[in-house]
Design a protein around this ligand. Sequence first.
Ligand code: UD1
Length: 379
Amino acid sequence: MTKPRVVCVAGARPNFVKIAPIMAALSADRFEVTLVHTGQHYDAKLSQVFFDELEIREPDMFLKVGSGSHASQTADLLEKFEPVLTKIQPHLVLVVGDVNSTVACAMAASKFKLNQSFSWSEEKSRTRPLVAHVEAGLRSGDRAMPEEINRLITDVISDLLLTSESSGTKNLIAEGIEPKKIHFVGNVMIDSLFKAQEKIVKGAFVSSLGLTSQKYGVVTLHRPSNVDEQSAFLDLLQAIDEIAESLELVFPMHPRTQKKISELGFKPRGNWHFIPPAGYLDFVALMKDAKIVLTDSGGIQEETTMLGVRCLTLRTTTERPSTITDGTNKLVGIAPAAIKSAFAKSIKSEVSEKRPKMWDGKAAIRIAATLENLKIQQP
Ligand code: UD1
C-alpha cells in the first residue's frame, strides 16, 4: 500500500506562516509530502526569512512565478503547477489562504487527471486529486478584493474545507457546500504565533529601533484599495500622521507600499519610523509590545487578537469577524475623521480578553488528523 501523496502549496508571505505548522504536523511515516513554493513572493524579506525563522524545510519545487498582473500571474501559476501534478501524481493538494497561488493551484489540481485511480472514505474510485483548503469560508462580502474572488473560487472546487473560525463554517453552509466536507480545525496562524513567542528575545528588536514597550504604535498598509490610488493613500497617511504627533509609529513597508509612498511626496510631521518589511519574529515582537496596531492586513487582525493588542482595521469590511466579536479588533474604515476618533477612543479603553474558539496552537495537528481520516488508498 502506498502512502498518500500530498502536495502542499505556498506562494506568498502569509502562506508561509500557515504552511509551517502543517508541514511539521504531516508526519513522514503517514504521508509522502512535497512542498511547492510558487515564487509569487521572491524577495528574501518576504520569503527566505520566513522559511528560516519558521523552520520550514527547503521546498522540493520552486516554480519561479514572480510578479505580474492578476491574469498573467494566475496563468503562469496554472501552467507551471501542472507539471508538478504530472510528476508527483498527488492524491491530495493542500492550499492555504487566499492569494493567487492558492486559487491557481487549486484549479489546476481539481481538473487534473491522474494516471491511476485511488479510493478514499467517500469514494471507491477517483481519478482527480482531492483539494483541501485551509482557512476556507472567510468572506468579506467585497468582490472588488482580489482575495475574495480567490476565496470563493477555491472553496467551490475544494473537497475538504478546513475552517479557522465559526463564520467560515456558517458562510460555506449558507453557500450550499455539503456539511460533511467542512471541518472546523481552528487557526494555523496561531500555531505559528505561539511558537514564535517562545523564540523571540524580549525587547531586543523594539529597543534596536529606539522604542519603548507600550509607547509606540505599528502601521501596515499594502491593500491595492488603500495604497494604489495616490490621493486616497495620501489622505490616509495624513490622518495617521496626526496620530504620529502623539504616539511614535513604526511602519514596516511592503515593497508595493514602499514604491507608492516614494511617488507621493508625503511630508510627515509626526514621529514615524519607516522601515523595510520586518522578518516574522521581529514583527511578532513589534506587535506584542505595541500600544496599538493600525492595519489593512488579514493575518494581523488575528495575531493582535491573540496577543491582546488593540487593532484598528483600516478597511470597510473584514473576512475575519471573530476578531471583532471575540477579540481586540475594530473595523474603522478609511475616512480620516473616523480613524482619528477610533484611535482616541481605543487608546483609552480596556482591551477585550475574549478569544476565538480553537485558536489554541493545535490547528495543524487537527488538520493532519483530518487528512489521516480520509483513508486514502491506492491498490
Ligand atoms: C499578495 C496577496 C495578498 C497578501 C499579500 C501579502 C494576491 C492577490 N495578493 O499581495 O492577499 O495580503 O501578498 O504580502 O495574491 N513584490 C516585490 N517582491 C516580492 C513580491 C512582490 O517587490 O517578493 C512587489 C512587486 O512589485 C509586485 C507587487 O509587490 O508587483 C505585488 O505582489 P503580488 O504578489 O502580486 O501581490 P501582493 O500585493 O504582495
